[in-house]
Ligand binder design. Structure first.
Ligand SMILES: [Mn+2]
Length: 318
């Protein structure tokens, strides 16, 4: 069976999901973001007989097109779709109506779901990858992850996955490096033993420490929300730092990308009154963008000129 995996490029959970899928099934993989997801689905290697799609969802505006693509793909290959992003009941039903293997659970991270799906074919040590994703996606309190963690040295897991997360943030998504990281994780190497991970992680600690001082000066408060434009690759870190600097319930950072689009990261506290992933998916969709995510952590890509109108709208809801 010729396998191909498409997984989320953005974080430890996506990277570890890809590594788990390849460790279990072999074959090729591509890492991508929401913007390029359809491109990747349209450019799967010709010989592929089995596709595993991990940690990537679409917002409501593009969902129909997404389902259509999966429906066409399953005529040529087996399709396994593993994800934990929010789905409405209607969206879930339309995915369930396809002859694909759907593994969807919002209470676990994608790495844990990928681990559980392919468990019987995975080597010893694969559990680490599931836990790396769980910790960095804030889903290590789930019953499965919590139980699993009891059999690991918790601090070892926390240190390894935090190093990996910081290294990825510092690396700014440089593709050949990420490909190498996945290949090393497939071989069950620990992050500390992967080339440049410790150096990049230490560098990122310095960056985040400096950023903490900067966000208070550069950030702007908009009601219960604070935002800031940044050049940093780690937009999630900036969003999180804004929460503390302004004592608000939602922090948003955005970064201009090529063309006229911006990439936005959102982080919320438990006092935020909306599901950030659902809210930004809906708002960004109306402004010609797309995105989604979780209750307290979400992201989107949106035309740069629509950033402020979208933030004003979000601010009135949170
Ligand atoms: Mn995830």
């Amino acid at each position: 069976m010729t396998n191909h995996c498409i997984s989320h490029i953005k974080d430890v959970d996506g990277i570890c999901s890809a590594a788990l899928a390849v460790a279990a099934n072999g074959g090729t993989f591509r890492l991508t973001d929401y913007d390029e997801l359809f491109f990747e689905l349209d450019n799967i290697p010709e010989a592929t007989e089995s596709l595993v799609l991990c940690d990537l969802g679409t917002d409501a505006t593009r969902f129909g097109e997404f389902v259509e693509r999966l429906a066409n793909l399953q005529k040529r290959m087996q399709v396994t779709y593993i994800d934990h992003h929010f789905l409405t009941e209607e969206m879930r039903k339309s995915l369930q109506s396809l002859p694909i293997r759907l593994v969807h659970d919002t209470t676990e991270c994608a790495s844990m779901l990928t681990y559980l799906t392919f468990r019987s074919r995975l080597p010893a040590g694969a559990g680490y990858l599931a836990l790396y994703g769980a910790v960095t996606d804030y889903l290590d309190a789930s019953p499965t992850a919590a139980k699993m963690m009891e059999r690991f040295d918790r601090q070892f897991v926390l240190l390894e996955c935090t190093m990996l997360s910081y290294a990825l943030a510092n690396n700014a998504g440089e593709y050949p490096y990420l490909e190498n990281v996945v290949a090393e994780l497939v071989a069950m190497k620990k992050p500390h033993a992967i080339k440049m991970v410790s150096e990049l992680a230490l560098g990122q600690l310095v960056v985040v420490d400096e950023l903490a001082g900067l966000v208070g000066k550069k950030g702007v408060q908009l009601g219960r929300l604070a935002y800031m434009e940044t050049e940093e690759s780690s937009t999630g870190n900036v969003a999180k730092l804004l929460l503390g600097a302004f004592d608000v319930v939602v922090g948003v950072s955005y970064k201009r990308k090529d063309g006229d689009r911006s990439e936005m990261s959102l982080r919320g506290t438990s006092e935020c009154r909306v599901h950030l992933g659902q809210a930004i998916s809906e708002i960004a969709g109306r402004y010609g963008g797309n995105g989604g995510g979780h209750q307290k952590a979400a992201g989107c890509s949106i035309p740069t000129e629509k950033v402020l109108p979208a933030l004003e709208e979000l601010s009135s809801r949170v």
